[in-house]
Design a protein around this ligand. Structure first.
Ligand SMILES: [Zn+2]
Length: 340
């Protein structure tokens, strides 16, 4: 189904397309520049130049490794929610708070009517896309997650805040599509935390994507999938990007009980571990995936964003992903057509 959609959009991807979830580590020179900018020692233009250099490095890296669908690496972002809040009127940036794990961030506060200020990510998408002939995904944080990770002092309730954000984020999606993006990923990592709010995630994503000519992906981090599956399949996207490796592929059991009817970006490497996966481990994970999923449904990628790994670990993990998909393609090419 979705393969037809990709073809209609002019995207001729191989079987088992490879991609990554979004973030890559900041290069040391960029990390230094961000620090110096925060202390007022360098200008915004100097920081921007470093962000461009780092983005170009990651584009070259992905090309060299041989990924099929590229990302800009989010070198210009600190936090995935704060970045959008900083750009959208209606938000103020609050004090430093701690969320799960060791994530500290300046939690945004909705203090007024949220508004799309004009393109936020489009120039970065264009910059990255100019550097490659491969498709580059547009990358946004979804309305539910932006709402969930912010304080709300303006809207009557969570739903009103989320739907208002959805209407504005849709405008960013439209701007990306108008610029030429064909694949847009709208991350909703918070979806798996409060199962009772799944209908709100669905309604918000409807507002963001309905009737738009793109191939849509959403990334959801690992969480209470037992309680949101299969209901989450109602989220109107073409492809779910899911963490499979770090939970021993336990989601496959759920897919066995209720067919997974969408495309999936199947995480085969753990982003929390320094260890680089053996080829055999990746092969085994993909083999287990294909016992439950159709070949045409499966994309191959890391579990989650790689920004907490080192540059070398990131490169090594991406290589493992690409080589795993390549071996799988070879296997499938040698099978008789009827058995595919
Ligand atoms: Zn994740």
């Amino acid at each position: 189904m979705s393969r037809n959609k990709l073809q209609k959009l002019g995207l001729d991807l191989p079987l088992f397309p490879t991609t990554s979830v979004g973030s890559f580590p900041k290069l040391p020179a960029l990390a230094r520049a961000r620090n110096e900018f925060a202390k007022g020692k360098i200008t915004g233009a100097a920081l921007h130049a470093e962000e461009e250099k780092a983005t170009a490095f990651w584009m070259e890296t992905q090309e060299a490794i041989g990924l099929d669908v590229l990302v800009d690496g989010e070198q210009y972002r600190g936090d995935m929610v704060v970045y959008f809040a900083e750009h959208m009127p209606g938000f103020e940036i609050g004090d430093l708070v701690r969320s799960y794990g060791n994530r500290y961030y300046h939690k945004p506060i909705l203090t007024g009517e949220v508004r799309w200020p004009g393109p936020i990510t489009v120039d970065w998408w264009k910059f990255a896309q100019r550097l490659t002939a491969k498709p580059v995904k547009g990358m946004l944080t979804g309305p539910y997650t932006v709402m969930d990770w912010s304080f709300n002092e303006h809207y009557p309730d969570r739903k009103a805040a989320c739907l208002a954000l959805a209407r504005e984020i849709r405008k960013e999606v439209e701007a990306l599509l108008a610029a030429g993006a064909k694949i847009v990923q709208i991350d909703e990592p918070a979806t798996s935390v409060r199962p009772e709010e799944l209908p709100l995630v669905v309604e918000a994503m409807q507002i963001v994507t309905e009737g738009l000519p793109g191939y849509f992906i959403t990334h959801i981090c690992y969480g209470a999938f037992r309680r949101i599956y299969p209901g989450m399949l109602a989220i109107p996207v073409d492809n779910f990007d899911l963490e499979m490796a770090n939970n021993q592929l336990s989601l496959l059991e759920l897919f066995r009980e209720h067919r997974f009817g969408k495309d999936i970006s199947f995480g085969v490497v753990d982003v929390h571990s320094h260890v680089i996966e053996e080829a055999a481990t990746v092969d085994q994970r993909l083999e287990r995936a294909l016992a439950v999923l159709e070949p045409g449904q499966v994309w191959v990628d890391p579990d989650c964003g790689l920004k907490t790994r080192s540059v070398e670990e990131t490169q090594a993990k991406l290589r493992v992903v690409v080589e795993g998909a390549r071996r799988l393609r070879e296997q499938h090419a040698s099978r008789p057509v009827a058995a595919r």
